[in-house]
Design a protein. Structure first.
Length: 401
């Protein structure tokens, strides 16, 4: 059955209503993806798990796990969902992307899928005394055009009470776990088991038509502003950015690539810089790790009016920059911060944990560059000490199984 709706909220409310049977065979423009993913409304309030099986005019045809088909207005979906729709036909198991229509071909394309089983969560112990009203948070990966995420299991111990997830700054999903009480010597476990399908990103064949955004979308504007350790308002960063001032009468792609090449050439790699130093320190000291490379590239892009952001994968960080095509449609393009020279494309299968570098967390007073695990709670009786949080992060390739 097909349920029509102009908004995702309405779909979720009326999904059980019996409607006339309507074939979607003529609506599907290509083979149906075989992976279910989470779809979210543009305001972030409503979500559902389903797979995209076709498009009809301005509607996306989704199929839930129970077999019911739902039509959703594409305009009512999140930016990530709309971008996924633009490129879903480019998903292929081959090492090169499949042919796409003119709209999708304007931006990056995706292919060479790889699936990984991922376990993310926390283990909390009370070795020296009991605790009550414990609240733990940890990040979970989101859907992106190059990544599909499906929750396949939850490993929650009996201590776990309420659990909820929310999205921070459109770049990371955060799980919040409440544990009413944990006695001395006990351990609570809250772990999500996920299947993550990751795809390579291919640069478009024709890059001459990309331009600096004429009108920056509201949800992208934050990627033009300062972030922790991306000091775009500092005089030295602004001076360094002037040598890359964008000439809008010339192709923009090679001008952004000039920023990328300069950062790679002038910043000497120094493994594992702790504490993180950021863009200004990298500029001054001319050395740094992947985070310093990424921070400086992002800062120089932002000063020149090009939105850019940090992308976080296990043990590594790389940047993305944002341009618009000749139709005014925006696209994000990745770059490799270290290792092989790779501009506007990325051949990695690592799980994307987070995107962005300026997060507001209720658990911390200051803006955060990266969303990490947190834990709070109150003592329950005598015993003293502190509860102990151990992050659970397991990444298991499944393609070979």
């Amino acid at each position: 059955m097909v349920i029509r709706s102009s908004a995702l909220r309405d779909c979720l409310v009326v999904a059980a209503v019996v409607c006339a049977v309507l074939s979607v065979a003529t609506a599907a423009h290509a083979e149906s993806p075989d992976v279910s993913r989470q779809w979210q409304s543009s305001n972030g309030k409503y979500s559902m798990d389903a797979k995209l099986i076709g498009l009809r005019d301005d509607q996306a045809v989704l199929q839930r796990a129970d077999g019911k088909q739902i039509e959703v207005a594409i305009d009512s979906l999140s930016d990530e969902d709309r971008e996924f729709i633009r490129h879903w036909r480019g998903r292929t198991a081959d090492t090169q992307p499949a042919a796409q229509d003119d709209t999708a071909a304007a931006g990056p394309s995706y292919g060479n899928d790889s699936t990984m089983r991922v376990k993310l969560g926390v283990e909390i112990s009370a070795p020296h005394g009991g605790f009550r009203k414990l609240v733990a948070t940890f990040p979970l990966p989101m859907q992106w055009p190059e990544q599909s995420v499906q929750i396949v299991d939850k490993e929650f111990s009996s201590h776990v009470g309420k659990v909820r997830t929310n999205t921070l700054a459109d770049g990371v999903r955060q799980a919040e776990v409440r544990i009413p009480r944990l006695a001395a010597g006990e351990m609570a476990r809250a772990v999500y088991v996920l299947d993550v399908q990751r795809r390579w990103t291919y640069a478009p064949a024709d890059t001459d038509n990309f331009v600096v955004p004429r009108r920056v979308p509201r949800d992208v504007r934050k990627y033009l502003e300062p972030s922790p350790l991306i000091e775009t308002d500092h005089r030295e960063i602004k001076e360094a950015a002037r040598k890359f001032a964008i000439d809008k009468d010339k192709p923009v792609w090679p001008q952004v690539e000039a920023i990328y090449g300069w950062v790679r050439e002038h910043i000497r790699h120094e493994e594992g810089t702790i504490p993180l130093r950021g863009a200004l320190a990298a500029l001054r000291q001319q050395k740094g790790d992947c985070e310093e490379y990424t921070s400086l590239f992002v800062a120089l892009c932002r000063v020149n009016g090009i939105p850019a952001r940090s992308v976080w994968i296990p043990g590594h960080t790389y940047p993305e920059f944002y341009l618009q095509d000749h139709k005014g449609q925006g696209h994000w393009f990745p770059c490799e911060s270290l290792g092989d020279y790779s501009f506007g494309k990325l051949h990695r299968h690592n799980v994307v944990l987070q995107k962005g570098d300026n997060f507001k967390m209720s658990q911390k007073k200051e803006l955060q560059r990266y969303v990490s695990e947190t834990l709070s709670g109150l003592p329950a009786g005598t015993g003293g000490g502190q509860p102990v949080l151990r992050p659970v992060r397991e990444f298991i390739p499944t393609d070979a199984q």
